[in-house]
Design a protein around this ligand. Structure first.
Ligand code: ADP
Length: 467
């Protein structure tokens, strides 16, 4: 069922319930207050009658004719009265009771004997109900008479009937008008949702550059549209990145394949000396190594993306880690004529994964050596400022233009200068480094300029900060 129909139905049901309860309560209160008014007026009349009897000293009771001649208007008023003897027999009654006798009830007799006045309702067939009050007249402790005043409830009944008809007609009209209003309002409130749905369908059809036109209001719909746009924006970016990544990866893998195919084709064109085959195979092996490295690193990154790489969280003494890597790097640097030096090394303990941190540092040191000139110098330093560990690798090589400082952490990004400088490198190392640093709640800072060398600093939180 559409939301608009559901909203209107809910609203209609709630309103109908409220109206019905309200009407019932109103009806009951009105009926009761009308009856109270009648009762008050009956009591007034009865008390007047009692007073006038008292004034006459109770005796002797006048008869009907006398009464009529004294009060001719009695035939016209809407009340009648009767005076009963204590035995319950009528001694006198007003001439406007015509239709039939209205005898004193047992309850009225009992109540008046007990000295109390009492209200009663009486109903005779084919007649509107009567309302009665019976009041005892007591003189020196003896019940002398019982005065009863009564009136027809016809006009009250009619008033209530009219009121009921009014309610029965008015409630459905009010309900219909409100339902129409509710339907209209629900439609208006939901119109932006329809718009969003249409736009979302267009976007889902493949056009991720589309955005929803934002309603000006910062209400629920406005926030929905903003969230939606935000989500599409992120999807757009990640789809772009995936496309870029796939094309970069294919490109990076195609280059060595092209080289291998070219060389193999060439050497197979005619018979060669053994040495020629050997050198082609050696070159192919190099390319295969390169491809293996790319595939390994890609595999690692994709497992990292999926959260499948196991990572320890233990205290790691960084200074001994740095010394190990320094030793390893010195061996690698020997045949490249590069000097790897240790700068200031402070004792530092960070919380994390020893293997990953080694990988991170080795990657940075290998880069520094790779992008140094022959005879260059690479320096490793480890500082501790009480809050953070600062592990830096500095070289005096080709450098990186400031515009590229952010891009070098993207997968497959390699600067043109770097490509010109060496064929080695996959463009994935720094992406892995950034991932490892992030994993340790740290970051990598770059200070570098073209031809000026580079300084990469890994900033990591200490296991036990002292400042
Ligand atoms: P690569 O395998 O190409 O070194 P990285 O992800 O490690 O891949 O580095 C990305 C790019 O950042 C490199 O291609 C190079 O352009 C630049 N770069 C990284 N380290 C250095 C450095 N020490 N000196 C100059 N450029 C660097």
């Amino acid at each position: 069922m559409p939301l608009r129909v559901r909203l209107t139905l809910w609203y209609g049901t709630a309103l109908a319930l409220v109206l019905i309860i309200f009407s019932v309560v109103l009806y009951v209160i009105t009926a009761r207050s009308l009856r109270d008014t009648v009762d008050e007026s009956l009591e007034d009349t009865a008390m007047t009658a009692v007073r006038s009897l008292e004034e006459r000293g109770f005796l002797p009771l006048i008869n009907e004719e006398e009464l009529l001649s004294q009060f001719p208007e009695l035939t016209r008023i809407d009340k009648f009265f009767q005076i009963f003897s204590p035995s319950g027999t009528i001694t006198i009654r007003s001439p406007n009771i015509k239709q039939h006798e209205v005898p004193l009830s047992r309850t009225a007799l009992d109540a008046t004997f007990a000295g109390q006045k009492i209200f009663e309702s009486a109903k005779y067939p084919k007649e509107p109900p009567l309302r009665l009050i019976s009041v005892p007249i007591v003189y020196r402790g003896n019940l002398l008479y019982i005065v009863q005043v009564g009136t027809s409830m016809e006009s009250v009944g009619e008033t209530l009937q009219r009121f009921l008809v009014l309610l029965v007609v008015a409630i459905p009209i009010a309900l219909a008008v409100s339902l129409a209003g509710g339907w209209f309002l629900a439609g208006r409130a939901l119109r932006p949702v329809d718009k969003i749905t249409l736009a979302a369908q267009r976007i889902a059809a493949g056009d991720l550059s589309q955005r929803l036109s934002m309603p000006a209001a910062h209400d629920e719909i406005g926030r929905l549209a903003a969230t939606f746009n935000n989500m599409i924006g992120r999807l757009d970016t990640s789809f772009r990145q995936i496309r870029q990544f796939t094309s970069d990866a294919s490109h990076e893998l195609r280059t060595p394949l092209t080289v291998m195919k070219g060389e193999t084709d060439l050497v197979l064109r005619r018979p060669r000396l053994l040495d020629d085959y050997k050198s082609v195979l050696e070159s192919n092996l190099e390319e295969i190594d390169r491809m293996t490295r790319i595939v390994d690193e890609l595999l690692f990154l994709s497992r990292a993306d999926m959260g499948e790489v196991r990572v320890e969280s233990l205290p790691v003494a960084m200074e001994s880690l740095v010394e190990d890597i320094h030793r390893q790097a010195k061996l690698l640097a020997q045949d490249r004529n590069i000097e790897v030096l240790l700068g200031t090394i402070m004792p530092v303990v960070v919380q994390g994964d020893d293997l990953r941190l080694r990988e991170l540092l080795l990657n940075l040191v290998e880069n520094a050596m790779k992008y140094s000139y022959s005879g260059g110098k690479v320096e490793i330093a480890l500082l501790n400022d009480g809050r953070e560990a600062r592990l830096s690798v500095t070289d005096y090589g080709i450098g990186i233009a400031p515009a590229d400082h952010k891009k070098i952490f993207q997968r497959f990004f390699r600067t043109d200068v770097a490509r010109g400088h060496t064929k080695k490198g996959t463009g994935l190392g720094l992406a892995i480094c950034a991932w490892i640093a992030e994993l340790h709640k740290g970051r990598i800072e770059v200070k570098s300029d073209l031809g000026q060398g580079s300084a990469f600093t890994v900033v990591l939180p200490l296991a036990h900060p002292t400042a």
